[in-house]
Ligand binder design. Structure first.
Ligand code: SF4
Length: 76
């Protein structure tokens, strides 16, 4: 059962690595180091994925650590 979604407005990503550095469970770099959601649906504009784990606090930490504020976590 899905508990939350993570969305990255990846068009604005500056490839800093903060999100996938601190939370590789939910975030990973593509070949250009732009962040994508692990096992998510990704295009040039956004990346989005659904999760049912108990690691939402990590995802929320990534939200706080993104310098351009393009990550959102939506709880169901
Ligand atoms: S923290 Fe933000 S800017 Fe940095 S890699 Fe992740 S999505 Fe991109």
């Amino acid at each position: 059962m899905t508990k939350y979604y993570i969305i990255i407005e990846r068009k604005e990503c500056i490839q800093c690595g903060n999100c996938y550095g601190l939370d590789p469970y939910h975030f990973e770099p593509d070949e250009e180091y732009t962040s994508i959601v692990v096992n998510g649906v990704t295009n040039s504009e956004i990346s989005k994925g659904a999760f049912d784990d108990d690691k939402i606090s990590l995802a929320k930490q990534a939200v706080e650590e993104c310098p351009v504020e393009i990550i959102s976590v939506k709880e169901l």
